[in-house]
Design a protein around this ligand. Sequence first.
Ligand SMILES: CC(C)(COP(=O)(O)OP(=O)(O)OC[C@H]1O[C@@H](n2cnc3c(N)ncnc32)[C@H](O)[C@@H]1OP(=O)(O)O)[C@@H](O)C(=O)NCCC(=O)NCCS
Length: 330
Amino acid sequence: MLRARIVGVGATAPKRILSNHDLEKICDTNDEWITSRSGIRARRVAAEDEVTSDLATVATKQAMEMAGITAADLDYIVLGTASPDMPLPSTACFVQKKLGAKKAACFDVIAGCSGFLYALAVGDKFVKAGGCKYVAVIGVEILSKFLNWNDRTTCILFGDGGGTVILRADEVTDKRAPGLFSTHIKSDGEGWNLITIPGGGTVNPASHRTVDEGMHAIHMQGKETFKLAVRNISEVAIEALEHNGVAKEEIAALISHQANSRILDAVADRVGIPKEKVVINLDRYGNTSAGSIPLTLDEAVREKRVKDGDMFLMTAFGSGLTWGSALARW
Ligand SMILES: CC(C)(COP(=O)(O)OP(=O)(O)OC[C@H]1O[C@@H](n2cnc3c(N)ncnc32)[C@H](O)[C@@H]1OP(=O)(O)O)[C@@H](O)C(=O)NCCC(=O)NCCS
């Protein structure tokens, strides 16, 4: 059978660091509140001339280097983001141009903070369908350009960054061979209004009014989102384990979307994964939305928290509503 194996990972974030103390100077908040309610201490913020495809290109080059391939080898570039370079064309096409990945078919996936996991599920299906060898799966954001810096309920949470994994199609006979064991993705459009960027589409086409009313920035109902995130991430994580007959004790690392350290703690408790196996970097990067899982996986691999043969579980929750899990062996 064909299995998508992650043979490379890379990640990057802008250089500029914005600490909670820096935020105290621009909006009505304080370090103690942000740290205790979210676990976030700092985030990265892109320069004015830095765009989403720039970060994606850097991360993809790193991932290709680890995989030992060149851009000419890529069959697909699937990119999850909520902060594209432009509404059209896709950011994936800008990445293709910057890499010179001429053979690749390229497109974006919109699934909010679940964007990477959705893109991974798409890449996995391409591999399993046959006829391709390498897929670049990217999750990346520059959400700082979609924030209302006067809205303290959102601007303190998000940060910029992202990463890429390279999937290789491997023919395997052992169902516990390295690679993606499964992906489970879910949606509930009934919850569309919990996390939105309401302006710029056909409901609220761009106008002076949409700009004046801050409709091009992220709006979030945090409390409700929090509860649903804990419940749905836990359920879909357990579903991944049960589907594959894998015990929770076999998981070396939980690589989850980094929205809030209290969400990560609650999920780890419900799934039964010890806290020391939960990889956390939101203290330094904040919530990088679709960028968070590859950013976290890259760190975990480079710090050897995920090593050859290790099982790891990826989970996410975001706008849509969308959520999902992926179980893999490195
Ligand atoms: C956003 C989040 C950190 C807020 O934490 P919370 O404990 O729910 O806090 P609340 O929104 O209830 O606010 C509590 C109080 O703090 C205040 N507050 C809100 N933001 C603040 C800030 N940045 N600084 C200081 N005080 C703040 C509120 O006004 C409220 O005050 P009140 O009680 O006087 O009305 C949390 O709800 C969260 O992480 N939600 C999930 C986000 C998520 O998972 N997103 C997933 C996809 S992106």
